[in-house]
Ligand binder design. Structure first.
Ligand SMILES: [Mg+2]
Length: 209
């Protein structure tokens, strides 16, 4: 009989161990993941469009609170939100570094939902983005949702400070200039590799790795 090389055997064992870990956990933990500026690069593209159209040089670092209308030129004001209703805008955004690989890792160990506050006009574009960049996410796990605290989740990964106000689970904040006032309140991750470290530690603590 042909002998199985050690590295293939080890890999098979790891896969079986992971599968069993997932199936045996009676309540698979639920992670909600925000889309805009958490998974996609909305923040960068949105500012780029504004700066080009209004002749400004606003940066992400300038915006130290959530309401962008405080920072844009008066002639722009609330028109800043018109970009977010433009057909095709969300579909063409890029993805944050390492977001795809870390989401794939989380998907293996947790029930992952993408929860995104969305105007009805852009829901199809957002789903098209998810399908392109995160093809392992089933469409049942894409939830256009504004009041995220209403959805029962164990963890929420998000950059929007308001989303944690009434959230009962564990908040994981993506570090942004506009959420610095929550500094000591939540777990803060600077990037997606940091998110992976957090959940890897959690899995190891469960001694189910
Ligand atoms: Mg966001």
């Amino acid at each position: 009989m042909e002998r199985c090389p050690l590295n293939i055997f080890t890999r098979r064992c790891t896969v079986l161990q992971r599968r069993s870990w997932k199936e045996d956990w009676p309540h698979m933990k639920i992670i909600g993941v925000d889309l805009d500026s958490t998974l996609n690069n909305l923040d960068a593209v949105w500012l780029e469009r504004y700066n080009k159209d209004y002749g400004d040089n606003l940066t992400k670092a300038d915006m130290i609170s959530w309401d962008v209308t405080h920072y844009v030129k008066p002639e722009c004001g609330k028109k800043m939100y018109d970009y977010l209703r433009e057909p095709g805008f969300f579909r063409n955004l890029g993805i944050q570094p390492h977001a795809a690989e870390v989401m794939s890792f989380l998907h293996e160990y947790f029930e992952v939902y993408i929860v995104s506050s969305s105007h009805p006009n852009v829901v199809a574009d957002k789903w098209a983005w998810v399908e392109k960049h995160l093809p392992f996410i089933d469409y049942h796990h894409f939830v256009p949702l504004h009041h995220k605290h209403r959805f029962e989740m164990d963890y929420l990964i998000d950059d929007g400070p308001h989303n944690f106000d009434r959230f009962k689970g564990t908040g994981i904040l993506i570090d942004m200039p506009y959420n610095q006032h929550l500094r000591s309140k939540y777990k803060r991750c600077t990037d997606w590799l940091d998110v992976k470290d957090y959940f890897q530690t959690l899995i190891r603590k469960e001694e189910r790795w």
